[in-house]
Design a protein. Structure first.
Length: 336
């Protein structure tokens, strides 16, 4: 009789132990993966920039030469790099860029870094690809003011260019090949390994608590509904002034302010722009298509008011700015 009782007691203990382990297992897994839930990429609106790219190194090298060559402008004074300096995160840090003959452009120059991730090019999205985009600045009278006939003729005067083009293209120096080389170089201008990228890949210590709080606000307040994907933007259009009339409050309306409407003539596209990427945003002031926000704090406050309908507190702005600073990445292994 005693051995039967002992057996029943043992079975009861083992059953309770198994039940307790089943209850504790999820907790133990959660504790062993501290922070994993918040860095599960499937739950995150922003994706890390790929660490590697597969581009033709000869075309990239040719493209960087062309990108920095002022001979692409009519008077040999302006290069692509003049407005998109790689030393200042792919911008010129001006509200409006300056072209040939000291002419001021109509819109703020966006960064060239990570532009290959954008679904269209220009603020109004009028260019489908990077190749198409190159026609804009090279031909605009207030920018480089040139023509492909002029550019091809200039480059053919250089034996170095002739040899380089012949190495990469069967038909040598041609308009489409010039555009292809520059676009290939621009696609190489990625800035991976930001602190946010490292956080998203599993390094929970890459962000401090204030930055994590800023990221939480960024997601919970709705910023991530437009600024998402690999480029934290650049993959959709949105009206500037969803929750308020930004342009009425700012005044002095310009043609550039009409945004996508200038392309489609569709009234629904008035004041609609391509959502800009937030990659390296802390390094690329001033902000917006009009360059009106001189500091990132100003830009965040404006976005809160006109896009979210929120009057952000100073603490909220501070946390969001701290988070946005974590989007600054590396180029060729060095921090921007």
């Amino acid at each position: 009789m005693k051995w039967i009782v002992a057996t029943l007691v043992l079975i009861s203990v083992l059953t309770l132990a198994a039940f307790w382990h089943r209850l504790q297992a999820p907790k133990m897994v959660a504790e062993s993966q501290a922070g994993s839930a918040e860095i599960n990429q499937t739950n995150e609106p922003i994706l890390p920039i790929p660490l590697e790219s597969r581009l033709d190194p000869k075309k990239v090298a040719l493209g960087v030469r062309l990108f920095s060559d002022p001979r692409l402008s009519h008077d040999d004074s302006i290069s692509c790099a003049s407005c998109h300096s790689l030393n200042t995160a792919g911008v010129d840090l001006k509200s409006h860029s300056v072209g040939i003959n000291g002419q001021t452009g109509a819109i703020n120059a966006p960064t060239v870094f990570n532009s290959g991730f954008n679904f269209k090019q220009f603020w109004d999205g009028r260019a489908e690809t990077l190749e198409d985009q190159i026609d804009g600045p090279t031909h605009a009278p207030a920018e480089m003011g040139s023509t492909w006939t002029e550019i091809v003729a200039k480059l053919n005067q250089s034996s170095a260019y002739v040899n380089s083009f012949n190495e990469s293209y069967r038909d040598g120096i041609q308009t489409q090949n010039i555009k292809d080389a520059i676009a290939t170089f621009e696609r190489s201008l990625t800035t991976p390994n930001s602190r946010l990228d490292r956080f998203l890949r599993g390094d929970s210590r890459a962000l401090n608590e204030e930055e994590k709080e800023g990221y939480h606000l960024f997601k919970s307040y709705g910023c991530a509904s437009c600024h998402q994907g690999i480029n934290a933007g650049g993959n959709m259009f949105q009206k500037f002034g969803v929750m308020g009339d930004y342009f009425a409050d700012r005044g002095n309306l310009t043609t550039a302010d009409l945004g996508r409407y200038n392309v489609t003539k569709n009234e629904a596209d008035r004041y609609v722009f391509k959502v800009p990427s937030l990659r390296n945003v802390a390094l690329t002031p001033p902000y917006f298509h009009d360059g009106s926000a001189k500091r990132l704090e100003n830009a965040v406050a404006v976005m809160g008011k006109y896009q979210l309908g929120r009057r952000l507190s100073l603490t909220e702005i501070d946390r969001l700015v701290k988070f946005l600073n974590t989007l600054s990445g590396e180029y060729e292994g060095k921090a921007l």
